[in-house]
Write a protein that binds this ligand. Structure first.
Ligand code: C5P
Length: 397
């Protein structure tokens, strides 16, 4: 259920922080990846070493950690998660969230994110009941923040009443519910990804430089919003995301068959870089060098998978999205491609080697729809995926 889900866990400064160590363990048992962030006050209750050892990941605690900023800025850190969980959420952290303060890493991440946030409050009963906290709770609820607890019970301070942090398994259940009830739950979405390999002989093939990074990020983002994702992938460099149905193929013809077998779907996204041609008849045995040089190779055009699906009379997915990797005149070529292929949207990008996009971590895209073109600022492939997944969720509404 939580396989491959990415949880950014912010541990605030409260005695309940010790339960967050168990929460990390429970989440990892269920296959989730946990990226921990410890506030300064949180560090007074649990040690950075125990948090990062249990999470199996680097701990983030400092807003001005330049290494982290170079590796993964705080904006990226806040957005690459499927869900942000704050446990324990102290009265102070909740007040910061309600008022939009950003004076440390945790509060900055919470202000910079567009990912959903679930909090598990923990505080003394009087603090919980204080009108200031109650005002903040109302603000946070109207901002769409999800809550787990608090529970009623005895507290470490000796008092009794609401304010006890939910138990780790209750928080896990709230996380599972939050992830299952995404805007794409109940939708079935096909994503093609990676290159195809077209055999020349048993040991050689024709391929391209696609790493599969964008298609993989997209499949993960769609799944994080609750979609059932069928991921048809060629031999990509990037491993497929967990929690999606993977159909691995090698050639364009195999990809077409896998795509047809996956229909019907609510949306189909064709991010694969399919080889346009294949050898008409791949050699049965390894081709040998000879004095007369290389024999002429005969090529046949591969089926256009995107155009085939987009032009289907029966069973065409309600939303068909293609990609257009261009090296020149990107927008004009992509607008023509949208018409020619019959798809609803085209995600166009410039794959000139100078852009570093193909095989790189960032992407510069123009989204072309029926309504016109939108130039998106350069952002990471993870962010492109999250925004595209949001747009798909809106379109399937
Ligand atoms: O024509 P071009 O290869 O630039 O088109 C790119 C789009 O078409 C991508 O969405 C790609 O996945 C899809 N495509 C396909 N089958 C092909 C060639 C491209 O689905 N044979």
């Amino acid at each position: 259920m939580l396989a491959s889900k990415r949880i950014l866990l912010i541990i605030g400064g409260g005695i309940a922080a010790f339960k967050s160590l168990d929460l990390i363990r429970r989440l990892r048992e269920r296959g989730a990846d946990v990226t921990p962030v410890l506030t300064r006050a949180g560090g007074a209750f649990v040690t950075p070493l125990s948090v990062s050892a249990l999470a199996g990941e680097k701990l983030h605690s400092d807003l001005f950690d330049l290494t982290a900023e170079a590796e993964m800025g705080h904006i990226e850190l806040s957005r690459s998660a499927d869900l942000i969980v704050v446990a324990p959420a102290t009265a102070d952290l909740m007040a910061k969230m309600a008022h939009g303060l950003a004076d440390d890493l945790a509060s900055t991440l919470l202000l910079a994110t567009d990912t959903r946030v679930l909090i598990a409050p923990a505080m003394n009963v009087r603090m919980w009941q204080h009108p200031a906290t109650q005002r903040n709770i109302a603000t946070l609820k109207s901002d769409g923040i999800l809550f787990s607890g608090p529970n009623d019970g005895d507290m470490a301070c000796g008092e009794h009443g609401p304010g006890r942090m939910s138990e780790p398994l209750e928080i896990v259940t709230a996380i599972e519910a939050a992830l299952a009830n995404g805007p794409l739950s109940g939708k079935r979405i096909l994503v093609t990804s990676g290159p195809t390999h077209e055999p020349i002989d048993p040991v050689r093939y024709i391929a391209n430089r696609s790493s599969g990074a964008q298609g993989t990020a997209l499949a993960r983002a769609l799944s994080a919003l609750g979609a059932e994702v069928i991921f048809v992938t060629g031999p990509a460099e990037v491993p497929p995301p967990k929690g999606v149905e993977v159909r691995a193929v090698k050639t364009a013809q195999e990809m077409l068959e896998a795509v047809k077998a996956a229909l019907p779907v609510d949306a189909a996204v064709f991010a694969a870089a399919v080889a346009d041609w294949r050898m008409t008849e791949p050699a049965r045995n390894k081709m040998k060098k000879s004095k007369s040089g290389l024999k002429q190779l005969d090529f046949t055009e591969n089926p256009d998978i995107l155009a085939t699906v987009a032009h289907m009379n029966k069973g065409r997915p309600p939303l068909v999205v293609g990609f257009a990797a261009e090296t020149d005149d990107v927008v004009r070529n992509a607008i023509n491609k949208r018409k020619r292929k019959g798809c609803d949207w085209i995600v166009a990008n410039d794959v000139n080697p100078a852009t570093g996009i193909m095989g790189g971590s960032h992407n510069d895209i123009v989204l072309i729809t029926h309504d016109g073109t939108e130039d998106w600022p350069r952002m990471s492939k993870t962010q492109v995926a999250a925004q595209l997944a949001d747009r798909i969720a809106q379109a399937l509404g």
